[in-house]
Write a protein that binds this ligand. Structure first.
Ligand code: SAM
Length: 287
């Protein structure tokens, strides 16, 4: 992915897919080189603020709810009784905010490698960090690949991998040995969910390999849930769930229907629909 700028447009070019995505910008608000990545924030004309890491669009004010709700609520309504949640990555804190909407959750530990992302989010996306002072939230800034080595086995109900693409610092978060460590960290009945890129561009590569690796890592079931995400490559994204001793293709429909969590995308009907893969994905992801 490369980035192009002129006076009015930010463009992310997806060279290997022969496509690009542009937003009209009014101002550059931040430009920081952290020890891990190049972080930029822009004000756009119609999508609110835009965060970019290493030239890749991370989120905008206007459409981040799609991603953050689908990275959290399907997993939380799939687990029978989620109390202890770990988020690896997620430094903008949008996923953390969604998880904390669940009253039964007792503790959420978020491990992002880069504190600059959270500082930028606090400054330029304050709605996303509005739950950071919830006493159930713990924010750590370290490499999730290292953190998981010393985390106690069978101590967590849900693990959410809200990472950048599988290159650079996030590469290790997609490897089978890391997935096996997630499996070890989960209690029986546990669920992990990983952002798994574009159904259109990555069903025969990243998503297929991730699903196979989740099984190799010991998970008993997998489910890939597609959802729209206009600012990501192809405009379409996915979350892949994996279950330890449980089936992630069924969820607590009654609880999801009864919950009153002030959501803008997720609903019980939407969750049901997201579990139905279009034929091309069924074919490309078949074992
Ligand atoms: N929604 C975004 C997407 O799909 O592109 C991801 C958003 S979130 C900002 C991604 C976060 O993953 C970043 O804050 C980055 O610092 C973090 N990250 C990348 N590699 C990591 C690692 N090894 N351990 C912990 N966090 C990591």
């Amino acid at each position: 992915m490369t980035q192009q700028l002129d006076d009015h447009w930010f463009t992310e070019v997806f060279d290997s897919h022969g496509s690009a995505f542009s937003l009209k910008i009014s101002e550059k608000l931040l430009d920081v080189q952290s020890p891990y990545q190049h972080l930029e924030v822009y004000a756009t004309q119609t999508y609110g603020n835009l965060m970019v890491l290493d030239g890749c669009v991370m989120l905008t004010d206007r459409d981040n709810f799609l991603y953050h709700e689908m990275m959290s609520h399907p997993a939380l309504f799939t687990h029978a009784d989620p109390r202890r949640v770990v988020i690896i990555g997620g430094g903008d804190c949008g996923t953390l905010r969604e998880v904390l909407k669940h009253p039964g959750v007792e503790k959420v530990t978020q491990i992002d490698i880069d504190e600059e992302v959270t500082k930028a989010s606090e400054r330029f996306f304050p709605a996303l960090t509005s739950s950071n002072d919830d006493p159930r939230a713990e924010l750590l800034f370290e490499d999730g690949v290292k953190w998981i080595d010393t985390a106690p086995a069978e101590s967590v109900d849900i693990i959410i991998i809200d990472s950048t693409d599988p290159v650079g610092p996030a590469e290790g978060l997609f490897k089978v040995d890391f997935l096996a460590k997630c499996h070890r960290l989960l209690r029986s009945g546990g669920v992990m969910v990983q952002q798994s890129e574009s159904p259109l561009y990555h069903s025969t590569t990243i998503i297929r390999e991730l699903r196979a690796d989740m099984r190799k890592a010991g998970f008993d079931s997998v489910a890939t849930l597609p959802f729209p995400q206009p600012v990501y490559p192809s405009g379409w994204w996915s979350a892949t769930l994996a279950g330890k001793g449980m089936d992630v293709n069924v969820f607590r429909e009654d609880a999801a229907a009864r919950a009153d969590l002030a959501l803008d995308y997720y609903s019980v009907e939407l969750h049901r629909g997201a579990l139905v893969l279009p034929p091309f994905m069924r074919h490309q992801l078949a074992d």
